[in-house]
Design a protein around this ligand. Structure first.
Ligand code: G6P
Length: 373
């Protein structure tokens, strides 16, 4: 078993380190040298794909957070209304789905019963289903109309890490493919994004090489934390929720991810002296002044005594003034930041759980794949 872990103390730590190749392998063979995409595996008639007027992403757990990240990108590039819903909620609310709906089912295992039931329900209503899955020949891809495999390799640790990054990558490829197929005004942006995607494995590796030791040092000093809050905005919001989920799953610490803009509408009441808050800061180079808004959130919680732990982009000096700790990740387009910003959160949870003496690969009460409804 030690050999299977490549010398790491746990599968989770190994899988965190597999992420550059999980993303790289998921891109492999899908981009040509002109920067255009070929997804031969999407065996759904192009005319059907052109007529789609709604996309619904269904998934559970970490896969659902990958879907939430993907929604920002898919809606932006494709201009197709996109919903993301937990599979078990979707299935039982009589959702409006028809032949013009494309359902994207995201599942690492391909065996999650809640997701499978939602797939079947959508197909009964006439929807086409594309599965994004990490396990060859599992049930969800077998029943789907098409499958886009993530090539993360087997994921053993119960808490999902590399599958999450690979799911975001695959969902982005699907979004870019639909945008390409339907022809659209973001042509230049799409070409740039494909090139940027190819640069991600090396950037993820830099996070592992440079940021991991700093995150571990902080995490191992936080064994006594009673609760940790996570804040993010835009694609940083699902990243915040995923960071909180990791901490709940393996460190058994109460954690919650909030949309940073929602802070003033409630969560700020939770802030008192010493409350740790991890904030994912958007790129200062991005549009819509999201950066300034999140920096002012950090200022507000710091003024109320929070211990602020900030994930920001290299070169972002503005966050330093209000941060107790800053972890810098390489620069990237805003939509790709989740592939970098998630990594310190995974390391944080893994290290904290380890410091508390827990088995990070086999957390209590959880299963890798939940095959009952
Ligand atoms: C379980 C696992 C989670 C996972 C979720 C969805 O709850 O513990 O880590 O995210 O199922 O699994 P799937 O295989 O469908 O991605």
């Amino acid at each position: 078993a030690a050999a299977e872990k490549d010398g790491y103390p746990s599968f989770m730590e190994k899988e965190i380190h597999d992420q550059p190749s999980a993303v790289g392998d998921t891109l492999l063979g899908r981009l040509d040298e002109n920067g255009s995409l070929t997804l031969d595996e999407i065996k759904i008639d192009e005319s059907v794909l052109r007529s789609i007027d709604k996309i619904v992403v269904i998934a559970c757990g970490t896969a659902a957070y990958a879907g939430q990240v993907a929604r920002y990108a898919i809606e932006h590039w494709c201009r197709i209304p996109t919903e993301v819903e937990l599979a078990h909620e979707f299935r039982y609310r009589d959702p409006i789905v028809n032949e013009k709906t494309l359902v994207v089912a995201v599942s690492q295992s391909g065996e999650t019963m809640d997701t499978l039931m939602a797939v079947r329900h959508a197909q009964e209503q006439g929807a086409k289903v594309v599965a994004i899955c990490n396990t060859n020949g599992s049930t969800i891809p077998r029943e789907a109309d098409a499958v886009l495999y993530t090539h993360a390799g087997p994921e053993i640790a119960v808490a999902s890490t590399k599958a999450f990054l690979a799911q975001i990558t695959a969902a982005y490829l699907l979004g870019l493919y639909l945008a390409q197929l339907r022809g659209n005004k973001y042509k230049d942006e799409i070409a740039t994004l494909l090139a940027e995607l190819e640069a991600m494995p090396a950037k993820i590796q830099r996070v592992l090489d440079e940021v991991e030791p700093q995150v571990k040092a902080l995490a191992s000093s936080m064994e006594d934390a009673g609760s940790v809050l996570f804040l993010g905005r835009h694609v940083g919001f699902p990243v915040a929720m995923e960071g909180a989920l990791k901490l709940k799953e393996i460190a058994y610490i109460h954690a919650e991810g909030f949309a940073a803009g929602e802070l003033k509408h409630g969560p700020i009441a939770l802030i008192d002296q010493g409350q740790p808050v991890i904030v994912i800061v958007p790129s200062p180079r991005g549009r819509d002044s999201l950066h300034a808004k999140v920096v002012s959130n950090i200022q507000e919680i710091r003024a109320r005594g929070a211990e602020t732990i900030v994930i920001a982009e290299e070169g972002d000096e503005a966050v330093r003034e209000f941060a107790n700790h800053v972890f810098y990740v390489p620069q990237s387009p805003t939509l790709l930041q989740p592939l970098l910003a998630t990594v310190p959160l995974q390391i944080f949870a893994c290290e904290l759980a380890g410091a508390k003496g827990y088995d990070v690969d086999q957390p209590r009460n959880l299963a890798k794949s939940v095959t009952v409804e």
